[in-house]
Design a protein around this ligand. Structure first.
Ligand SMILES: [Zn+2]
Length: 160
C-alpha cells in the first residue's frame, strides 16, 4: 500500500473525500478519514457504508479473527467413543417394538464404556455410560409391555 501520496500533495484537503462516508480530509497528508477511520487511499468497497456506520473501519471481520470454539468442545465430548456408542444404542432402543434388539448391545457397550471411564478418567463418559445402562432397564420394561400388548389385544378382541 502506498503511504506517501506524492501525486496529491498539491491538492486542497477539502478535495480529498472519504469514499465510505463522504467526509473531506482535515489535512493534506491525512491517511485516514477522521470521521469513520477508512484509509483515504482506498476506493469505495462493498460494505463500506455499513462498516463506517458501525465504526468498524480498520478492524478485521469477526469471522476471520474468531476461532471456532465448537471444534474444541467436540473433541472434549467425543473422547470416550465407547460411551458415545452406548448412548447412541440406547437412543435406538427407544424405537417401539424393534428397538428391543438394541437393548443387549446397549448393556454391553455401557459396561465397556464405564470400564474405559474408570481406566482413563480424563476421557470421561462415565455418566453417559451409567445413564445408558440405567435407561436400558426402563426401556426394556416399556418394550416388554408393548410386545405383551401386541399379543393380548387379539385375545381381547376374540368373542367369548
Ligand atoms: Zn470516512
Amino acid at each position: 500500500m502506498l503511504r506517501g501520496r506524492t501525486k496529491t500533495l498539491e491538492k486542497d484537503p477539502a478535495e480529498i473525500i472519504c469514499a465510505a462516508c463522504g467526509a473531506s480530509a482535515a489535512r493534506e497528508l491525512a491517511n485516514y478519514c477522521l470521521v469513520c477511520g477508512k484509509t483515504l487511499e482506498e476506493d469505495y468497497q462493498p460494505l463500506d457504508s455499513l462498516r463506517s456506520s458501525y465504526r468498524l473501519q480498520g478492524r478485521g471481520y469477526l469471522l476471520e479473527n474468531t476461532e471456532g470454539p465448537q471444534s474444541q468442545d467436540l473433541f472434549a465430548i467425543n473422547r470416550n467413543s465407547v460411551a458415545e456408542t452406548a448412548w447412541a444404542s440406547c437412543v435406538y432402543s427407544m424405537v417401539p417394538y424393534i428397538g428391543v434388539v438394541f437393548v443387549p448391545f446397549t448393556l454391553v457397550a455401557s459396561v465397556l464404556g464405564m470400564g474405559v471411564a474408570v481406566r482413563r478418567p480424563e476421557a470421561g463418559g462415565g455418566k453417559m455410560s451409567l445413564a445408558s445402562f440405567g435407561l436400558s432397564f426402563a426401556v426394556t420394561g416399556i418394550q416388554v409391555f408393548l410386545w405383551w400388548l401386541l399379543y393380548i389385544v387379539p385375545e381381547l378382541a376374540r368373542p367369548v
